[in-house]
Each structure stands twice: as structure tokens, then as C-alpha cells.
Design a protein around this ligand. Sequence first.
Ligand code: SF4
Length: 464
Amino acid sequence: MNRDRDPRIGFVSLGCPKALVDSEQILTRLRTEGYDIAPSYEAADLVVINTCGFIDAAVAESLDAIGEALAENGKVIVTGCLGAKGSVVRDLHPSVLAVTGPHACEEVMAAVHAHLPRPHDPFLDLIPPQGVKLTPRHYAYLKISEGCNHRCTFCIIPQLRGDLVSRPVGEVLQEAEVLVRAGVKELLIVSQDTSAYGVDVRYRTGFWQGRPLKTQLTALATALGELGVWVRLHYVYPYPHVDDLIPLMAEGKLVPYLDVPLQHASPRILKAMKRPANADNALERIRRWRDICPELTLRSTFIVGFPGETEEDFKRLLEFLEMAELDRVGCFTYSPVEGAAANALPDAVPEEVKQDRQACLMELQAGISARRLQRKLGRTVTVLVDEHDAEEGVAIARSSADAPEIDGRVYVLDGAELPVGEFAAVRIVETDEHDLYAETVEKQESPRRSRQQGAARRRRSRGG
Ligand code: SF4
């Protein structure tokens, strides 16, 4: 390629007006990013062909066009309807650089970037490829959809953000790849309802790295699992298809961690909340998940004091917690949100009753969490180092059981030298109801710190 000029793309657009619109979008993006459009194969550094796969004649025309571009230029990216027809293109033309389906502007641009880097832009190039991130360099949130199809009566998110809109699977994976290349070691998958990913587009087939992939959570999670970093799923409802994720966790492809916002366990209250799940099923499902993946860490959040919640309902919630033995639990007292349907419900619970119930629930859960953490004593676990407490000479890290900001931490007592943003193997030497205390495994004789010191550190780190 002649480096004294901007990179040039040859473009062949075949097919119907819908394909033409796709071509226009891709050409617009190419021009916006500074690529020139070449008038001939010879003048191009790379050729994009938008194909048609409607009838046999259109298929033949598209395959001919690909063959011609390969012969004349050699570097060809295929997009459009023919790309969605399985391996038709690759079987005849195995040397094409990438194949995507229709309406796949992001995936085409990703393939172009991979084979013909974007020209330098003095303004845009000030921004790193992963964009501006507010999280530390080694972890990042990855949003896979926006909005929600449920209508929980305490929530106004669907009013604010609308119904579920899933991001194209190829676009999500492309973003994930960019983040991993930029040094991210942990991807935190978020949305309003992660398990519903793809419902709105009927699990449409997208493309990633030239291969077809469904817009569906298991397919997405499987592909993310290939990136070689921790992949952690948040806001997953216990729908039946979530069962398919658990074997991926047991195999180490996903972090064995699920954040499942259950909100209550009394069927009466769940109905009044219009929640998408049922508590008995949730319990049964949790048991099955743990049979498949005993290492699974479960986090959930609950609301106490919802309008109409009786002592009986609350007791049922406590019984559920005892049976479910969740690892991490957050509990909020119900408070009305302007515009929420629950505001119209009768039998508001007095504020002090709400507070008592919250304290009671958290006390019960503290014991459960402490027991579950205690089982880790003596085990060797992998942690990701978040930061150092220079004064104490400890590394503050997290295991796969700990999401940033919301869960506990692993204080590595002799970890002053452990690099931030890297994984390390540590042995657990002490536990409490929130955190773990550990030593690096390489050391044979690590200085044991006292329980009091550990507790003092913990109080400081929590600001009180
Ligand atoms: S609470 Fe969650 S599931 Fe329910 S409507 Fe709000 S965003 Fe949707």
C-alpha cells in the first residue's frame, strides 16, 4: 500500500434497496473515518462486496463478483445476504478476509480495521480505541442491551429507557475484543435484564470474526469465554435457558458467579411486584446450578417493606434465604419512586417496620455469608489485584466470587509487591462475613497478621 495517501476501499454493491441502504451506511462510515473510495480494483487496497442471496441468479452473480475481486485485487471482505447463508461463500472462495451477514456495518468496519488500519486522525486519535472509561484499566463494564420488557411495579426504568433493545452480537464482541486488547482482564456484562438478551430481535443471527452467531445470551457468553479474561454476568433472571450457562462456568469459560436480582420470595409479594420469576422455581434452579457447578457464587438483592408485605411474607423471605444460602445479598427498604405503579398499592408498611426487617434480614444473611466464606479457608484461589494499601503493605484484590464495588475483597497480607491489574495465586488464611484474608502461595512462611489487624484494616477500607 502507498503510505503517502489515505487507504482506499473498492466497493461493489449488489441486491435490493435494503442492501443498498446497508452499502450507504458502510460507505458513510468509511468516508467518516477517512478512507477513500477507489473507482477500480487496481486502485483499491481492499474491496468490500455487499452481496445478494435472494434467488439462484443473484447468488451466482455475487459469487462471480467475489471471484473477480479476488483475482483482480486479492483482499476481499464479503457482507450482505449471501454471507448469512452458512458457508456458501467460504466453500467457493476460502481466501476472503471476512464474511458477515446483512445489516452488519459494525462487523464490516471491524474487518476493515483489522486488514487496513484506519488513517490517522489528529482529533479522534487522542481517544484510546476502547473509548473513555471510568473504571480502572483492568476491568470494564460491557452493556449488551438497553431497556426492559418487564413492568415491575416498583420500577420506572421501562418508562425512562423503553422496551428491550439488544445490541448486535458482533458489535458487543467487537467492543469486548477492543477492551481486552487494551488490557482489560475482567468484563462485567450488564443490562437491565441480561437473560432476555436477543428476545427483541428474535435471537437474530449476527456475525463475529466471519462466523454466524445468534443474538442470544448463551451464544454471546460462549464467545466471550474465548477471549481469555474473566467474564462476569450481572442482572440475570433465573429463566430456564440460564441453566445452559452453568456448564460454561463449571468448565472455567465464565466466572462461576451469577448476580440474580430476586427481590422477594413470597409469591404474593412477587405477584404484587409483577416480578418475572417464582421463588420455588428459583430455589429448585439454584440447587441444580450448584450440583453442576459447586463453585458457583450467587448474589441477589431483595426489597423489604413493599406495600402489603405481612409478617408472614417476611418470614417466608427469611426461610428462603436460609434454604438458598446465597453468598452475597443486598437488601433495600421499599421507597416509592415517582411514577411507579406500586405507589397506588394499599397497606404501606411503616418506616420503622421496614428498617427492622432490613436489619433482621441482614443479620441472618451475615451468618450465612460468613459460613459460606469460611469454607474457603485454606484453599488456593486466583485473585485479580485492584490496588494497594501502601500503609499496611497489603494488596487489595478480588477472587472470581467478588464483583467490584458490591462484593467483598481479598486482602493479600504479604501482597505489597503484587502488580495491580494482574492475576495472582493466593491461599486463604482468614475469613469473616464479607472479606477474605490471604497470603501469596509462593511464600512458604508468610508473616501471619492477627485477626484484630485484619478487622482494623477492614473498618478503614469501608470508611468506618
Ligand atoms: S426491575 Fe428490572 S426487570 Fe423489573 S421493570 Fe425494572 S428494569 Fe425491568
